[in-house]
Design a protein around this ligand. Structure first.
Ligand SMILES: C[S@@+](CC[C@H](N)C(=O)[O-])C[C@H]1O[C@@H](n2cnc3c(N)ncnc32)[C@H](O)[C@@H]1O
Length: 239
């Protein structure tokens, strides 16, 4: 980021709400249009707010998990789903990944991500049950950090993400522990069903770590890593 952009972001950040209020507000905007508006206004100050004011480290921690398990970082084609301003892409690039696409619902967040020069392609699209304009089995790896969460993307996005992942491909994502356990979001149930159907297998689940330690050290999250089945699952309607 240029010095001018950094100064502007810091000024916007200082004039903004307290971090705890931002976290509350972004989880409760109500619908996708309102959420997109929130991120439109937040895009310039997002990095300094979450990294410096909130202590957010999930992007680099999840990127390290994917890098540890996905062979051939230089050749692997990876989608950063819910990429935001590109914190995950920056971490992946530092770990040797060179073929990273970014997908996000917010054009303004994607604009910041694009300015970092780490993504091959920027895709404005909404994750959910609807079909993405991406081919079957496009990616070797998917990574989704901080986006399967309250007021954002629910478990009904898993099937479509699995469709665009190659058989045997890896899917890394984070959840707050309270998000995973919330029945209204459907993660615990859907993740178990996909395992029972043989659509994917769990390779790794991290210990619960502080998510936004400068906001509330009690909030914890896990990084999850699944491998998509090499063969079609029992319930092939999934993919
Ligand atoms: C908390 S940010 C996380 C961004 C980034 N992964 C990170 O860790 O910094 C959540 C992101 O999800 C995006 N988002 C929200 N709903 C979405 C949807 N339905 N499809 C795609 N992206 C969405 C927002 O625009 C925002 O950029």
């Amino acid at each position: 980021m240029s010095r001018l952009v950094e100064q502007k972001a810091a000024a916007v950040s200082a004039a903004r709400q307290e971090p705890a209020k931002i976290v509350h507000d972004v989880y409760s905007t109500g619908d996708q249009a309102a959420l997109n508006s929130y991120y439109r206004d937040w895009a310039g100050a997002y990095d300094s707010d979450v990294v410096e004011r909130m202590g957010y480290t999930a992007p680099s921690e999840a990127a390290e998990v994917l890098a540890e398990w996905l062979p051939g970082a230089g050749e692997a084609h990876v989608l950063d789903a819910g990429a935001g301003t590109g914190l995950v892409g920056e971490a992946l690039k530092s770990l040797g990944f060179t073929r990273i696409d970014a997908l996000d619902a917010s054009q303004e967040m994607l604009d910041v991500a694009g300015s970092k020069g780490v993504y091959s392609r920027l895709i404005r699209a909404e994750l959910g049950p609807d079909r993405l304009d991406l081919g079957d089995a496009t990616y070797d790896g998917l990574i989704c950090v901080g986006t399967f969460t309250f007021g954002h993307v629910k478990a009904d996005a898993f099937d479509e993400l699995l469709r665009i992942l190659k058989p045997g491909g890896l899917f890394c994502f984070t959840h707050r522990t309270d998000v995973y356990a919330d029945p209204s979001l459907g993660f615990e149930r859907r993740q178990a069903d996909l395992s029972a159907d043989g659509a994917w297998e769990l390779l790794f689940k991290s210990e619960a770590r502080p998510y936004l330690p400068r906001v509330d050290p009690k909030i914890r999250y896990n990084t999850w890593l699944y491998r998509k089945a090499s063969q079609p699952a029992a319930n092939d309607a999934l993919r």
